[in-house]
Ligand binder design. Structure first.
Ligand SMILES: Cc1ncc(COP(=O)(O)O)c(C=O)c1O
Length: 475
């Protein structure tokens, strides 16, 4: 067990305050019991019934990875319509960092929705929007003067970061990286690396997007390429200088730890070297912290691990506890370079989403969820490494804080093994643990638990994962 002063909370069995008298990190009156419990097969009959209705009603391009239909969720548990309690190791793709239906989010939303739901900030503004921007300016890396603008989705934030960077620099070219994921709109599809399922058949894509090699220590080692961070940065910079030209480049957009591309943690020194080259060449360094932000990796933002201060930072997902909100935050002189009316949108910074964000941000700060993310890593990483030591199908264990992954390979090689990753994930699902896969080759199993998950629930989910991995061992 962990030392008492560093341990994660033990999962209360209900949403009541913990025995210490401290307010529960979980929930409201609807809080599900924080224990995995299966009462039907997965998916159960009511979920299957809804899946059949989905097939007749929802466009088939909108896939579902684990078709259990949700009735409620809270803390580290998702309850389906059949009454199954599943351990949530996905947080709706890194969104519910504060847990589902977190009290401060619920309270903020309830209060706001009873007063007004929309006016459009560009028409008649409101305080919540300003407060979220103030919080972002205060919390994002760097103590320079900042400004923020709010949008609805991560992709929209990335689009706007590019608009702002182009406007501020007067340059066109945008550099993204191998394995990058930035969204599904036309511009962000162009920036996203992986073809299937994100891009295939959806072109032509936006122009002036260029791709540079990423630092991917596991695969760089396998390829005999220099894994040293500064050397990997030099490789990327050489590509940019020769194929784009520093003087044509408006911005370099990078996820400090890549998300959908495989939870790729670049080698130490890669990000600082890249940021320094940007500074020296008048290129804006844009950190896409849509998946890594809001305490997920053990600091509020992943850039902080290496002291990198981005010119612009995009956030979404964990910002608002599940309500749609996204932001671009950056240097005041860059953000304010855009003419009045040049940024916005009907719903951007919706008042209900802003109320949720203020609740989520307060929760992250007051409950030190960055510390909680580090402790999740302290519990999970040794277990994953132990599992890797005994199982040659795990080629790499990586990640930071509560953003962790195992990369599945053909045993004894570094060849990606997508089917085995899918098998492990499906076995977890059958046992009531929500796991996700990712990666350019779909062979990475990723863990993104809510940061309020109790230690026993986390360990239970990890032991199900370990059993699923071991079931694939030959003999
Ligand atoms: C790093 C990153 N950028 C951008 C996006 C796009 O966000 P959204 O799905 O909200 O448009 C995502 C979503 O997964 C992401 O992980």
């Amino acid at each position: 067990m962990l030392d008492a002063d560093t341990s994660l909370p033990h999962s209360p069995t209900s949403g009541q305050p913990t025995s210490s008298g401290a307010p529960s990190t979980l929930l409201s009156e609807q809080a599900p019991e924080q224990r995995r419990r299966l009462v039907t097969e997965i998916p159960g009959p009511r979920s299957r019934e809804l899946a059949a209705r989905k097939a007749g009603a929802v466009a088939s391009g909108v896939g579902t990875m684990l078709p259990v239909y949700v009735e409620r969720a809270g803390g580290g548990i998702v309850v389906d319509v059949d009454g199954n309690h599943l351990v949530d190791l996905g947080s709706g793709i890194a969104v519910t960092n504060v847990g589902n239906a977190a009290p401060a989010v619920v309270d903020g939303v309830r209060e706001q929705v009873g007063r007004f739901t929309h006016t459009c900030f560009m028409i008649t503004p409101y305080q919540g929007y300003v407060e979220v921007c103030e919080a972002l300016n205060r919390l994002t890396p760097g103590d320079h003067e900042k400004r923020s603008a709010l949008f609805n989705s991560g992709a929209e934030a990335v689009e706007n970061a590019v608009k702002i960077a182009r406007h501020a620099t007067g340059r066109d070219a945008v550099v993204a990286f191998d394995h990058a994921y930035h969204g599904r709109t036309n511009l962000t599809m162009a920036m996203t690396a992986k073809s299937m399922p994100y891009k295939s058949g959806f072109g032509p894509f936006a122009g002036e997007i260029y791709r540079a090699p990423m630092s991917y220590p596991f695969r760089d080692t396998a390829a005999g390429v220099d894994v040293d961070g500064p050397a990997a940065a030099a490789r990327a910079i050489a590509t940019i200088e020769s194929q784009v030209g520093a003087g044509n480049t408006a911005c370099v957009v990078i996820e400090p730890i890549q998300g959908e591309g495989g939870f790729v943690v670049p080698a130490p020194g890669f990000l600082p070297a890249l940021a320094q080259w940007c500074r020296q060449n008048g290129v804006l360094f844009v950190a896409d912290e849509i998946q890594t932000g809001f305490a997920r990796t053990g600091d509020l933002f992943a850039c902080e691990h290496e002291g990198v201060v981005p010119d612009l930072i995009t956030t979404a997902k964990g910002i608002a506890g599940g309500l749609p909100l996204a932001a671009v935050t950056g240097r005041a002189e860059v953000m304010d370079a855009v003419h009045a009316g040049g940024l916005g949108g009907t719903y951007g910074g919706n008042p209900v989403a802003c109320a949720a964000a203020l609740g989520a941000i307060a929760t992250v700060e007051e409950q030190d969820l960055a510390g909680a993310a580090r402790r999740i890593g302290d519990v999970a990483l040794p277990l994953l490494r132990e599992l890797a030591a005994e199982n040659p199908a795990i080629g790499d264990v990586r990640g930071r804080g509560a953003m962790l992954a195992i990369e599945i390979v053909q045993p004894g090689t570094t060849l990606p093994h997508q089917q085995e990753a899918a098998r492990i994930s499906a076995a977890c699902h059958r046992q009531g643990v929500v796991t996700l896969t990712c990666g350019t080759w779909g062979n990475v199993l990723r863990l993104l638990p809510p940061l309020v998950i109790g230690e026993d629930l986390l360990r239970d989910g990890l032991s199900v994962l370990a059993d699923a991995v071991r079931a694939g061992l030959p003999g």
